[in-house]
Ligand binder design. Structure first.
Ligand code: C5P
Length: 220
């Protein structure tokens, strides 16, 4: 059978959107389907890794990973990741974490009024940046969804967040991205890069898992 180069490695993967509650029935969210993160969790499992998948709400069937932890908000995702990251050698941040949450969460359903309402938003913790700043830090792979200047913005994000690797894709165009079955990506690391043409997220995930295994091995 094929070699399983990640056998014994614990890998934490975040996937899907987060929901930031306004009241018990409403939330602010984003268009992430979770497909890329789930495909990565699957591909890493196939390479022998013990995958902990921390997932926001998706419509996807539960993948066959070692542990699936379902969360809703960025705060819950943050807590779930921080509780388990110390035991993990690799962190893959594929979740589309909401950058902000409503400052107040109403305990009861908000009533409708004829006048304009103002929503105050406060920043959420940057889970990936926090994990990458740990000592020791696991090997970190982040994602960058950009609408322009893909390589420049992704490389800046790699540096700023102190990541080992970043997978960047253009969104808002014809090239794949959010809520689609295929994706074209640019994979960057400190001293190299690889372009992945438009392909299914399953295939892209296998390619990324392969590059990650190589870079992780080189970093040891
Ligand atoms: O800065 P930006 O949100 O574009 O960075 C995207 C990357 O950071 C993704 O890998 C995403 O999962 C991660 N992220 C995170 N926590 C946040 C925001 C983004 O882990 N609060």
């Amino acid at each position: 059978s094929a070699p399983r180069p990640l056998t014994g490695a614990q890998v934490l993967v975040t996937a899907g959107p987060t929901r930031e509650a306004l009241d018990p029935v409403r939330f602010i969210g984003n268009r992430s389907s979770g497909k890329m993160g789930y495909a990565l969790a699957q591909a890493l499992t196939e390479l022998g890794a013990q995958v902990i998948l921390v997932s926001g709400p998706t419509a996807l069937p539960a993948p066959s990973v070692a542990h699936l932890i379902e969360v809703e908000s960025a705060a819950e995702m943050h807590a779930a990741v921080m509780a388990r990251i110390a035991d993990c050698a690799i962190f893959v941040a594929a979740a589309a974490v909401a950058d902000y949450r409503p400052k107040q969460q109403a305990p009861h359903k908000l009533k409708k009024h004829p006048d304009t309402i103002n929503l105050q938003l406060v920043p959420n913790p940057d889970i990936l940046a926090e994990v990458a700043a740990r000592t020791p830090a696991p090997f970190t792979l982040g994602f960058a969804a950009e609408t322009e200047a893909l390589e420049t913005n992704a490389r800046a994000k790699l540096e700023r967040k102190g990541l080992d690797m970043i997978a960047a894709n253009l969104v808002g165009g014809e090239q794949g991205g959010f809520d689609r079955d295929d994706n074209a990506l640019l994979i960057l690391w400190r001293d190299g890069q690889r372009e992945l043409p438009l392909m299914s997220k399953q295939l892209a995930a296998r390619e990324i898992a392969c590059i990650l295994t190589e870079r992780y091995g080189a970093s040891a």
